[in-house]
Design a protein around this ligand. Sequence first.
Ligand code: 0O2
Length: 204
Amino acid sequence: MCESIYGKYREVLEQIMSSFVANLHQYNKKVYEETGYKLFEHLNSRIKEEESIREKCRRKDLPENTHSALAELKDAIGVRIVFSFIDDIYKSIAYIKSLSDCRVVTEKDYIRHAKPNGYRSYHMILEMSVPYEDVNGNYPGKYYIEVQMRTIAMDSWASLEHQLKYKKSVSNQALIVDELKRCADELASCDVSMQTIRNLIRKA
Ligand code: 0O2
């Protein structure tokens, strides 16, 4: 069996991911204790699978090695946080930005600026400064985490749309694409209404 592309850093990646996830759960708990409401519904985290990261190296014309996987590509660690309400996404972004060991490398607000296909989500690449050596020999090391934040509606839409990618030939492709776009826009409008209703309930 060939060696993992993550080499000796695999365990470090797991540790960085668990500590970031634990921090977010802790924050969710604190907000719940203060307000009686959860900030986010749930979160999933993963180390990108061996084959996916190798395929991404090939797609980006990078050598298939540990340096590419950890320093050139920045989504070896992925965390997806799913919320009920849009405002809570922006509140969590502010919290993540306030963390002392974390620097935001890129941000893409596909919520305010949806992709043409209707995809909505907020993406951040974080550079974490951690007490482990990194692939460039730095200590503290720099490791990256891709964070995706979206509402429950955006999340179920993205899962459905993702299925299209894995279908080789789809009959009615154009119709499906149109319907997905229509559905994304309707869901976005419901997300805004849900937020407004919550605000009204809180004010009442
Ligand atoms: P996977 O297997 O999900 O991780 P880059 O990461 O820089 O090469 P890009 O497209 O510039 O790619 O980054 P972006 O826009 O931040 O998207 C990164 C991830 O968001 C993708 O990861 C998808 O998971 C998700 N995503 C982006 N656009 C769409 C979309 O239109 N539909 C769906 N369902 N998901 C999307 P990967 O690496 O493509 O794949």
